[in-house]
Design a protein around this ligand. Sequence first.
Ligand code: ADP
Length: 319
Amino acid sequence: MKKIGVLTSGGDSPGMNPAIRAVVRKAIFHNLEVYGIYGGYAGLVSGNIKKLELGSVGDIIHRGGTMLYSARLPEFKNKEVQQKAIEQLKNHGIEGLVVIGGDGSYRGAKALTEQGFPCVGVPGTIDNDIPGTEFTIGFDTALNTVIDAIDKIRDTATSHERTFVIEVMGRDAGDIALWAGLAGGAETILIPEENYDMDEIAERLKKGSERGKKHSIIVVAEGVCSGVEFGKQLNEKTHFDTRVSVLGHIQRGGSPTAFDRVLASRLGARAVELLIEGKGGRAVGIEKNHLVDYDIIEALDKKHTLDLDLFKLSKELSI
Ligand code: ADP
């Protein structure tokens, strides 16, 4: 393999930049040429492809977002569109592609691989919902953003003796809600993987108030219901002065944490090694702090599993 490409696709996540940097530097270290594809699969199909040098990825390790931009291209599900993408890659002499993104982006990479073009997936999403890796790039940064917000909300909640419902991202996965709720000391965490009982939540709030608690924090994953909706249900059930805060897209931005930078550097570099070893159609991940890789096609049939022991612990610690 002499020339490889790299793109970022789908929802952006903090840490995509250090991942791009790792791909580019590792490739050049091994005397490969590396091409940046700008604007995800849309840029690939339209041929927005430029050669990257060592200096192209200078000064990005600490920046959120992605210097290659991201996009969504629903038509990429069509075989003809995928063929166009492969033509563009071949026109540039590119023989392998690193795709940094979430599970939708993996499906695009899987489709190209099935058509004979080797791709390696790197898990870049704040949601932590990719099977085959304990952590995705951007999850830790998003968590820290949420915890920062919870700490600030806690201050004002205490001053006014209020109950706060905080809605966080995560699509169908409860990881952000669970980890941030545990780290932020939330009284209640609602995740899509577990049903909730409104009577039990109301009872916990009442008990907390009776023993002199000045505030309560409830973290709701967006995959359960909207924070506003939950706030309404809670208001109907209790007399607590409740406010709702929807954190939204601040969770996607910001300078990547040290953890995400190191993870992105390791996974991005490993993706290049796999292409050099002639192993296309793989996805990289981390398990028990070891790098792993697995078949990208099989990976998508598996389901991401949330750590339910953590959920149990969060309940035990928030009595
Ligand atoms: P994420 O990668 O963050 O999950 P999306 O689900 O929006 O984000 O997917 C990103 C892009 O990947 C889509 O806009 C589309 O171009 C491509 N994609 C998603 N699903 C498929 C699929 N089944 N086949 C081919 N390409 C897909």
